[in-house]
Structure formats: C-alpha cells, structure tokens
Design a protein around this ligand. Structure first.
Ligand code: PMP
Length: 304
C-alpha cells in the first residue's frame, strides 16, 4: 500500500503518497488508540459522490470524543478533506480511510498531551468479499473469539485496537476455508461479522441484532431505512445461532462489504443456500442509492 502514486491528506496538507510516513514511536502504533472510518465513493450520473459522508464524519468525531482525543478539525473540514482526496487522486469510485492517531511525543500510556494527527487516504477497492460473494453469497463460520464486551471496549467507537479481535476471527475462519467470521457477544448471541453487521430474514420479517455489542453501522442504518420503505417489518433483537441456521435468508452489511448474502453458516445452508429474494431486493435498492439512481435518497450523496 505504501508504494503508490497519489496524494494523502496529512494534518491539513496534501503530501505525496510515498511520503505519508510517521515515526516508529507513534503512540497509536504501540497501544492501538486510533479512530478511523471506512467510507466509499461511487460514480453517479452527476459525477463521483461520497456516500453518507456526514454520517461517517460524525461517527469519526464521536469515536474521538469517546477516547477524549481532540482531532482539532471540524466536521466541515474533515468532509472537505475527504472530497479533496477523491478529487486530487482523480478517483471515479473508491474506498476512503480517514484515521486519527496519537503522535510520538511521549510513549507512556498517559500521553494526554501528544499531538493528534489525522490522515485521509483513498484508493480503488472492489467488492470486499468478492464479486461472486455479492451474487452467490458467502460461507461464514461462527468464531471461537467473542465480540467486545460493552464495559471492556466502548463499542460505539470505531477504533484501531478493536480490530485485533476482528483480525483473529477472520484469520481463524479463513484458515478453515470460510469467507468470513461471525462473532457472538459475551452472552452467546450473534453480534456481527469481523467487519460487517448481520441481518436475517424469516417468514418475511427482517431481524438484526441491536447495537449493544456491535458497531452502529451506517450500511445497517441504510438497509433498515430501505427495508421499511419496502414495507418489511424490521425487528432489532438478540439473535441466536440456531435462529440463523433456520432463517430463510441472511446477509452482512458494511461500507466495504456493501450488502453481501450469507449462503451458509457453520456448514448449514441458509434457506436455499443462495442469495434470497429479500436480500436481492435490498441489495438492489442499496446499489441504486450509492450509485445515484434513487432520486429519493440523493441527500445521502455528496458530490466531490
Ligand atoms: N461492524 C464492524 C466491526 C465493522 O468494522 C464495520 C465496517 N465499518 C461494520 C460493522 C459496518 O459498518 P458500516 O456499515 O458503517 O461500514
């Protein structure tokens, strides 16, 4: 990733991609306290647009607030930085990564006066769980690693260090030949994927875990809105593994993963073992929104 052409927004300036480096004694590198976002921009008939930019920036600022990190940029400045990065790198569609991290002045854990640095990078990124995954669905395995407990990690934050848990879960599932991991909460109920929120469909009703132990996903929120517009009953509640095994359909949502059907959990086919009709309908609505083909939701798009 480091050896590429392009520019990265770094503390208010555009720097050459290869020069966007930081010192090895950077506090966040050692202790994992950094906050970030994953954002996508898509090509739309009116030009390239960032999907739900304001919501991502708001979550970034809230993540920083939770850790008492003073980013020092307003939402408007962060939005502008993200638009600039897409424009300056001449990207038609891309993934964006804003990140704020603690600098290297002191390395003790109590480095409360260290500088907070912020970067925004952007690059082309196709289907996160594969093009095939979007149409045929993916194979998922319940992880032996438990999702964060609400009083161990502040799960409203999207924080760098939390992803150790996601990486371990994903590595374990991938090593066994699965596409993604499903993590349970500390009580044994389904929480979320390593980087995705979970939905199931049963007898025409859509269920998703409440956000007690999972990230309050922006794609999750988008899909909840679209499902209600499509006239579905949507219930947010605790979901057990066997409810997923016996569901008619299941799917993951995420900025990177978009809307990805789950065709199998723990070697049990979900429903017909392929993308289900409700998933397909919501997936189409989602892609229409991000690609500027749904006039009702143009307010979710910010042209760069
Ligand atoms: N859960 C986790 C752990 C994630 O990393 C992500 C990706 N940001 C999501 C859920 C989905 O969130 P969003 O739809 O906001 O991308």
């Amino acid at each position: 990733m480091a050896d590429r052409d392009g520019v990265i927004w770094y503390d208010g300036k555009l720097v050459d991609w290869r020069d966007a480096t930081t010192h090895v004694l950077t506090h966040s590198l050692h202790y994992g306290m950094g906050v970030f976002e994953g954002v996508r921009a898509y090509e739309t008939p009116k030009g390239t647009a960032i999907f739900r930019l304001q919501d991502h920036t708001e979550r970034l600022l809230n993540s920083a607030k939770i850790f008492q990190m003073n980013i020092g940029y307003s939402a408007e400045e962060l939005n502008e930085a993200q638009k600039t990065v897409v424009r300056e790198n001449k990207l038609k569609s891309c993934y964006l990564r804003p990140l704020s991290f603690i600098g290297s002045e002191k390395l003790g854990i109590a480095a409360t006066n260290n500088t907070i640095h912020t970067i925004v990078a952007a690059w082309p990124w196709g289907a996160y769980l594969g093009e095939d995954g979007l149409t045929k669905g993916i194979r998922v395995k319940t992880s032996s690693f438990t999702r964060h407990h609400v009083n161990v990690s502040m799960v409203r934050a999207k924080a760098s260090g939390y992803y150790i848990n996601s990486i371990m879960a994903h590595q374990e599932a991938a090593a066994d030949g699965y596409d993604e991991a499903l993590l349970l909460d500390t009580d044994g109920y389904a929480s979320e994927g390593a980087g995705e929120n979970l939905f199931i469909v049963k007898k025409g009703v859509i269920y998703t875990p409440d956000v007690a132990s999972c990230l309050d996903g922006i794609t999750r929120n988008t899909v909840l809105t679209l499902a209600e517009e499509e006239g579905f009953k949507v219930v947010q509640k605790r979901i057990t593994r066997d409810e997923i095994y016996t569901a008619d359909e299941a799917f993951f949502t995420g900025t990177a993963a978009e809307v990805t059907p789950i065709r199998e959990l723990d070697n049990r086919p979900i429903g017909a073992g392929t993308r289900g009709p409700v998933t397909e309908r919501l997936q189409k609505r989602y892609f229409d929104c991000v690609k500027g083909l749904d006039p009702k939701h143009e307010d979710w798009l910010t042209l760069v």
